[in-house]
Design a binder for this molecule. Structure first.
Ligand code: 5GP
Length: 192
C-alpha cells in the first residue's frame, strides 16, 4: 500500500460472549492482512493489568469532553453513565500513515457509525452466537461475571442482535475454526 488514502476500516461488532475478540486477535496475527488494532479512548478507570496506550487511551472525563468539544472523535458514546468511549480521528490517521488497515473491536452502535461515515472504506462484520441460549452458556462458563451482570448482557445481546442486518456481513460463530477462516477470507477479499 503506497499511501494512506488506500487504508481500510474493518469493524467487528457483536454481543459480549460471541467470540469477537478472539477473532480480532487471530486476524491481527495474519501478516497478509496488514492490520493494526484501533486503540479507543475511554474515561473509565483502567482495570488491573490494562495498559495505557495499549488497551485504551485512558483519560479523565474533563479531557474526554474536551476532545468532544474539539471534534477530535470519529465516533464516541457514553456506554455507561459517565463512562465514555470513542475512536479518535488521530488514531485512524496514525494507522493509515503506517500503511496499514484499521481493525475495530467495538459495540454495534459505534461500528455502524463508522460504516455510515466511511461507507466505501468500511467492512462491517457482525459476529453472531449460534443462539441466545448458547450465549448464556458461554458467559456462564467464562465465570468472569455475576448472575445479574450475565442477565444484563444477555438482555443487551437481544437488542444488539436486531442490528445484525445492517452490517455488511454476519458470521455465525458456531465452530470457532470455521469462523476464523471465514473472517480471514472476508477481510482478505475486502482489502484486495
Ligand atoms: P469495556 O469497558 O468492557 O472495555 O467496554 C465496554 C463497551 O464499550 C464494550 O461494548 C466495547 O465494545 C465498547 N467500546 C470500546 N471502545 C469503544 C469505542 O471506541 N467506541 C464505542 N462506541 N464503543 C467502544
Amino acid at each position: 500500500m503506497s499511501d494512506s488514502n488506500q487504508g481500510k476500516l474493518i469493524v467487528f461488532s457483536a454481543p459480549s460472549g460471541s467470540g469477537k475478540t478472539t477473532i480480532v486477535r487471530h486476524l491481527l496475527k495474519q501478516e497478509d492482512l496488514n492490520l493494526e488494532f484501533s486503540i479507543s479512548a475511554t474515561s473509565r478507570a483502567p482495570r488491573e493489568n490494562e495498559v495505557d496506550g495499549k488497551d485504551y487511551y485512558f483519560m479523565d472525563l474533563k479531557e474526554f469532553k474536551n476532545h468532544i468539544k474539539n471534534d477530535d472523535f470519529l465516533e464516541w458514546e457514553e456506554v455507561y453513565k459517565d463512562n465514555f468511549y470513542g475512536t479518535l480521528n488521530a488514531e485512524v490517521e496514525r494507522i493509515w500513515a503506517m500503511g496499514k488497515h484499521v481493525v475495530f473491536d467495538i459495540d454495534v452502535v459505534g461500528g455502524l457509525d463508522i460504516k455510515r461515515i466511511y461507507p466505501d472504506r468500511t467492512l462491517a462484520v457482525f459476529v453472531e452466537p449460534p443462539s441466545i441460549e448458547e450465549l448464556k452458556i458461554r458467559l456462564k462458563k467464562r465465570k468472569t461475571e455475576s448472575e445479574d451482570r450475565i442477565a444484563m448482557r444477555v438482555a443487551k445481546a437481544s437488542i444488539e442482535m436486531a442490528t445484525a442486518p445492517q452490517f455488511d456481513h454476519i458470521i455465525v460463530n458456531e465452530n470457532l475454526d470455521k469462523a476464523l477462516e471465514e473472517a480471514h477470507q472476508l477481510v482478505k477479499q475486502f482489502i484486495n
